[in-house]
Design a protein around this ligand. Structure first.
Ligand code: AMP
Ligand code: MG
Length: 530
C-alpha cells in the first residue's frame, strides 16, 4: 500500500522517553508520539500529484480508510510516528526549544524512483513540544496550508507539498484576533509531504545546548542523504553545504519576491535546510504593490517580516544558521564568505526574475549602447517601476499579467494596464503621466532586444501568473469548507494547477481584492492563531 523506510529514525538519536507530556528533550532529534484520534474524520480534498509521488494505492484514495489514516486514527504497517525537536529565533530573539507542537511525522515513504518522502500530519494532537497549545489545527489554517503548498509548487516555487485535507469532526477553540473572544471552530488536519522538514532551528538548538556530537550526526545525515554530491562529511563538506543552503535560500527568496509572496513568520524555525517554503501560517500575496505589506497582525507593530525586508531577514536567519554550524565548520571567514555569497546570489536571481517578468532577454546594466549613447540601466528601469507602482494602489499580479499586452511600437499602451489600478477614477494625472513615461522607456528597452510582441507575450505569460491563492480567494474556500462543503477547495486546487493559463471561466478568482475583503479578518489580517 505504502512502502516505508524510516531512515532518519535509523540514523539519528531518538528521545528515550515516549511519554506524551510537555518537556525539554535533550540529546535527541525526535520523540516518538502517537497521534490523538479524532471523532469523525472525513476526506475533503486530495492532491492527486502528491498521491502519485507516494505511489498511493488508487483503491485507498477513494476509500473511507484514507480519512482514518491521514487523520492519525489508524497507523499503517511501517509507520513510526515522531515529532521533531528544534529551537529557533522568533522575531529576532532566541526562543529556546520549540519543536513540532502539532506536527507528527508518520514515516518516510519510498517510491520506485528510490525517493524518500516524509509524510507528516499537522493538527493530529499534542506532542512533547506542544508547550501551552493543543496540537490541533483549525479548518481555515489547514485549507490555507493545503492549497498554498500545491499552488506554490505549480507556480514553480520550491515548497513542501500537501497530500490531503481531512476534517476532524471536532471543534477547536481559537481566539482569532487575540482580542479576548475565543470561539469554537471546525478542526482539520493537513497531511504534508517533503523530502525532509528539517529547519535551521534543528541545528540551532543542538548548538545552543552544546550537544555537538548530535549536531554532527544530524549534519552528516543531511549531507549524506540530501547533498550526496558534496562527498563524505568533513569540515569542507559542512561549509559547502552551508554555501548551498545560502544559494537555495537566495533563489527561494527571489521566487517569493517575484510572485509577491509574504511568508509572515520568517523565524529560523520556519526556514528549511533544503531551501523549501515551509510552514504556511499568516502568509499573504501582495494585492497592491507595497514594500511595507505584512499579512501577520502579530507583525503589524514592527513589520519585521514585511514584503520588502524578506531578503534581508533570510540573510539574518542564515547568519543564525552559520553560528549553529560553526562548531563543525570551525572557519569563521569561510562562513562569512558564504553569507556574502547569499547577497550576490539573491541579487542575480532577483534580476533574472525581473528580466523574465518584463519579458527581457537578460538583465542588462551596461550604461552605453553599442554606438556609445547613454542608456537607462535595467536596475534604473526596475527601480522606477517600483516607484510608479508604489505611488498609486496598483495590483502587482495584474500589472505584470497585463503588461504583456502592451505593444512595443504600436498596439495598446497604458490603457492595457487600467485594470491593475484599485481605484482607477482617483488616480492623479501626474501618476498616469509617470506610468506613461515609464512605459515609453520600457518599450524602448524591449525594442533594444528586438523581441516581437507576440513572442514577448508568450514568454511573459509563462512567468507572470494569472491565478494566485490570494487571501480573499482562500477565504471563499474556507467559508464553505467550514460548513462542510469542500467544493470550492477542490475547484481552487484545480484552478491553481494551471496558474499561467487564462481559464476564462475561472476569472472571478483572478480579480483584484474586492472591497469586502479590504479590512476583513482572514483577508487583510491574519494571526498565528491557527
Ligand atoms: P509557528 O509560528 O506556527 O511556526 O509555530 C511556532 C511553534 O509553536 C512551533 O513549535 C509549533 O509547533 C507551535 N505551535 C503552533 N501552534 C500550535 C498548536 N495549536 N498546538 C501546539 N503547538 C503549536
Ligand atoms: Mg513553524
Amino acid at each position: 500500500m505504502l512502502e516505508f523506510d524510516n531512515r532518519a529514525l535509523r540514523e539519528l538519536p531518538i528521545d528515550a522517553s515516549s511519554a506524551n507530556r510537555i518537556r525539554q528533550v535533550f540529546g535527541a532529534c525526535f520523540s516518538r508520539v502517537r497521534p490523538t484520534p479524532v471523532k469523525a474524520p472525513r476526506t475533503l480534498s486530495v492532491a492527486r500529484e502528491v498521491a502519485e509521488l507516494l505511489e498511493l494505492d488508487p483503491a485507498l484514495l477513494s476509500s473511507p480508510e484514507l480519512a482514518e489514516v491521514f487523520s492519525g486514527n489508524r497507523l499503517l504497517p511501517g509507520m513510526d510516528p515522531v515529532s521533531a525537536c528544534y529551537g529557533g529565533h522568533q522575531f529576532g530573539n532566541w526562543a529556546g526549544q520549540l519543536g513540532d507542537g502539532r506536527a507528527i511525522t508518520l514515516g518516510e515513504v519510498t517510491n520506485r524512483r528510490g525517493e524518500h518522502w516524509e509524510v507528516q500530519l499537522k493538527g493530529a494532537g499534542p506532542t512533547p513540544y506542544s508547550r501551552r497549545a493543543d496540537g490541533r489545527a483549525v479548518m481555515r489554517s489547514s485549507v490555507r496550508e493545503f492549497l498554498c503548498s500545491e499552488a506554490m509548487h505549480h507556480l514553480g516555487v520550491p515548497t513542501t507539498r500537501a497530500l490531503c485535507l481531512v476534517g476532524t469532526g471536532e471543534d477547536v477553540i481559537r481566539d482569532l484576533l487575540y482580542d479576548g473572544n475565543p470561539r469554537p471552530e471546525p478542526g482539520a488536519i493537513v497531511c504534508r509531504v517533503a523530502p525532509s522538514f528539517l529547519r535551521f532551528g534543528n541545528f540551532e538548538l543542538l548548538a545552543n545546548r552544546n550537544e555537538i556530537e548530535v549536531l554532527r550526526k544530524l549534519a552528516d545525515y543531511v549531507i549524506i542523504n540530501y547533498f550526496p554530491e558534496l562527498g563524505a562529511p568533513s569540515q569542507a563538506a559542512y561549509l559547502a553545504w552551508f554555501s548551498e543552503v545560502c544559494r537555495r535560500t537566495a533563489r527561494l527568496l527571489a521566487d517569493w519576491m517575484a510572485v509577491g509572496f509574504v511568508h509572515g513568520v520568517m523565524n529560523t524555525d520556519n526556514m528549511s535546510v533544503l531551501g523549501l517554503t515551509i510552514d504556511y501560517g499568516p502568509y499573504g500575496f501582495l494585492d497592491a504593490f507595497d514594500p511595507n505589506f505584512t499579512p501577520n497582525i502579530t507583525d503589524r507593530a514592527g513589520r519585521r517580516y514585511r514584503y520588502g525586508t524578506q531578503p534581508r531577514v533570510a540573510h539574518w536567519n542564515l547568519a543564525c544558521f552559520a553560528n549553529a554550524l560553526l562548531p563543525l565548520v570551525g572557519d569563521v571567514e569561510g562562513l562569512e564568505a558564504a553569507l556574502n555569497g547569499y547577497a550576490e546570489a539573491f541579487r542575480s536571481a532577483h534580476e533574472r526574475r525581473m528580466a523574465d517578468k518584463l519579458g527581457l532577454l537578460r538583465f542588462d546594466d551596461t550604461e552605453l549602447t553599442p554606438t556609445g549613447a547613454a542608456r537607462v540601466t535595467d536596475t534604473a528601469l526596475v527601480g522606477e517601476l517600483f516607484d510608479v507602482l508604489g505611488a498609486t494602489e496598483t495590483d502587482w499580479t495584474i500589472f505584470f499579467r497585463k503588461l504583456s499586452n502592451v505593444g512595443c511600437n504600436t498596439g495598446p499602451g497604458p490603457e492595457a494596464l487600467e485594470d491593475a489600478y484599485y481605484d482607477a477614477e482617483s488616480v492623479p494625472r501626474e501618476a498616469r503621466q509617470r506610468l506613461a513615461t515609464w512605459l515609453e522607456r520600457y518599450r524602448a528597452r524591449v525594442r533594444e532586444d528586438g523581441t516581437a510582441d507576440e513572442e514577448r507575450k508568450r514568454r511573459m505569460d509563462l512567468v507572470n501568473p494569472k491565478y494566485l491563492l490570494r487571501n480573499y480567494v482562500a477565504q471563499l474556500a474556507i467559508e464553505r469548507a467550514e460548513l462542510g462543503d469542500a467544493s470550492v477547495v477542490n475547484e481552487l486546487l484545480e484552478v491553481l494547477r494551471h496558474p499561467f493559463d487564462e481559464q476564462p471561466e475561472k476569472a472571478r478568482f483572478a480579480e483584484k481584492r474586492p472591497d469586502w475583503a479590504k479590512n476583513r479578518p482572514g483577508c487583510s489580517m491574519l494571526s498565528c492563531s491557527s
